[in-house]
Write a protein that binds this ligand. Structure first.
Ligand code: SAM
Length: 241
């Protein structure tokens, strides 16, 4: 089905994604709560638990946006975190939130493109990307870069929308994402197109097994995943051995 939204090609995607997140940045956090009915908080909690934060570990949070994963990491006792994103508008909100929460010492904010990470090889212990990979144009490049900057023994974790594994929920889920979401986007954020893009990007993102093999192709090892809420989202894990 064509949902009335043109497929963006690779050349247009980065500027389109930039426009989307420039537009939604200020309302990003509240919209997340509305659109996921608060469930993204639970998923992120599980994701952070899975990271096992400890003070001696450093984390590179790619596409970190307004900082949920970085703050969760620090809150649970993780070491130095690099909160990074390609988009200044999103990072700016992240910076304000960090200051509000009193996170200053262990957090560094940088503008970083996940496809070309400005860090040396083997420099961090953990790399995360939460709801970011589907917005990147060359996912293989992001995965290769994540592996490159990991120290041997380091771990990569991805939280992303995935493929529903409970068939009878499908009609409900489609109605929610393709009809309700753009409408909520229009009413609350006055921006239907951005939320339509988000729904569309979820639909076209690789499923659990496909992402697993993309990670393996990028050289990550012992790749596993766990479904969240019947596969609406999934956590993928891989190691640099
Ligand atoms: N990680 C945060 C979270 O879980 O709430 C924010 C996720 S937000 C849906 C997606 C983010 O991906 C946006 O902030 C966007 O700017 C960022 N992004 C898109 N393409 C990127 C790229 N090539 N490199 C780094 N970040 C990127």
């Amino acid at each position: 089905t064509d949902f009335g939204f043109r497929q963006v090609n690779d050349k247009e995607k980065p500027s389109m994604v930039k426009a989307v997140f420039d537009s939604v940045a200020q309302k990003y956090d509240i919209m997340n709560d509305l659109m996921s009915l608060g469930i993204h908080r639970v998923w992120k909690q599980i994701f952070i638990q899975e990271l096992h934060p400890t003070p001696n570990l450093t984390l590179l949070d790619l596409a970190g946006g307004t900082g949920d994963i970085s703050f969760g990491w620090l809150n649970r006792g993780g070491g130095t975190v690099f909160l990074t994103d390609v988009n200044y508008s999103m990072l700016h909100v992240g910076q304000e939130r960090a200051l509000d929460r009193g996170y200053v010492d262990n957090i560094h904010l940088f503008c970083v493109d996940g496809e070309k990470i400005c860090l040396p090889d083997r420099s961090v212990d953990r790399v995360t990307i939460s709801f970011g990979l589907r917005n990147c144009t060359h996912k293989n490049q992001v995965l290769e870069e994540a592996r490159r900057v990991l120290k041997p023994g380091g771990r990569f974790l991805c939280l992303e929308f995935s493929k529903l594994i409970i068939p009878f929920l499908r009609p409900l889920y489609d109605a929610w994402s393709f009809q309700a979401l753009p409408r909520i986007g229009q009413i609350i954020a006055k921006d239907r197109d951005s939320y339509q893009y988000l729904a569309e990007s979820i639909r076209t993102f690789p499923d659990q097994e496909t992402l697993k093999s993309l990670m393996e192709q990028a050289g990550l090892e012992r790749v596993t995943y766990q479904n969240l809420s019947g596969g609406i989202a999934a956590i993928h894990s891989g190691w640099r051995i």
